[in-house]
Design a protein. Structure first.
Length: 156
């Protein structure tokens, strides 16, 4: 697993350097668009809450979350709304990789510095294993899936 983590870190650094050379346009990004930060009212209006991590970043920044489980559905809907908008595969992969490393760092830091109870450590370790390590072990599968879908998305 050590080699996989180092490899992912190296890939992320390389993509980051490549993206900076492209000088992408920046937009306002939430940075954590997980379901817990969405409120949907009875009229089906969607509200994004918890803006403590807001920043300017490439438009692809907040798409990482929606590409885990059902990227085809998400990108098809996205394309229907933003017909002329193109997505940069490198930028999406960068944020995809970055988020895995960011979450791994967060949980390790929390376990070492913030958790008071062993029960919380066990819960956080399960998250590290089921979320971070599983994705790191299968990173090529995720990369290929995302790349294929983005190519399909761009050719629609």
């Amino acid at each position: 697993m050590k080699n996989e983590i180092i490899s992912l870190l190296e890939k992320t650094v390389k993509l980051g350097k490549s993206i900076r050379l492209k000088e992408p346009d920046f937009v306002l990004c939430h940075t954590d668009p997980i379901p817990q930060n969405l409120i949907i009212n009875k009229n089906h209006d969607v509200f994004l809450i918890d803006w403590d991590g807001v920043k300017l970043a490439p438009k692809e920044h907040d798409l990482w979350f929606y590409l885990w489980d059902n990227p085809t559905l998400f990108l098809t809907s996205y394309k229907n709304i933003y017909e002329s908008l193109t997505l940069d595969k490198e930028v999406i992969l960068f944020y995809f990789y970055f988020r895995i490393l960011e979450d791994l760092t967060y949980w390790v830091y929390t376990i070492l510095n913030e958790n008071i109870e062993g029960k919380q450590n066990k819960s956080d370790l399960r998250e590290v294993e089921s979320y971070c390590l599983e994705r790191i072990e299968n990173i090529d599968k995720y990369k290929n899936k995302i790349s294929t879908i983005i190519i399909h998305y761009e050719n629609r």
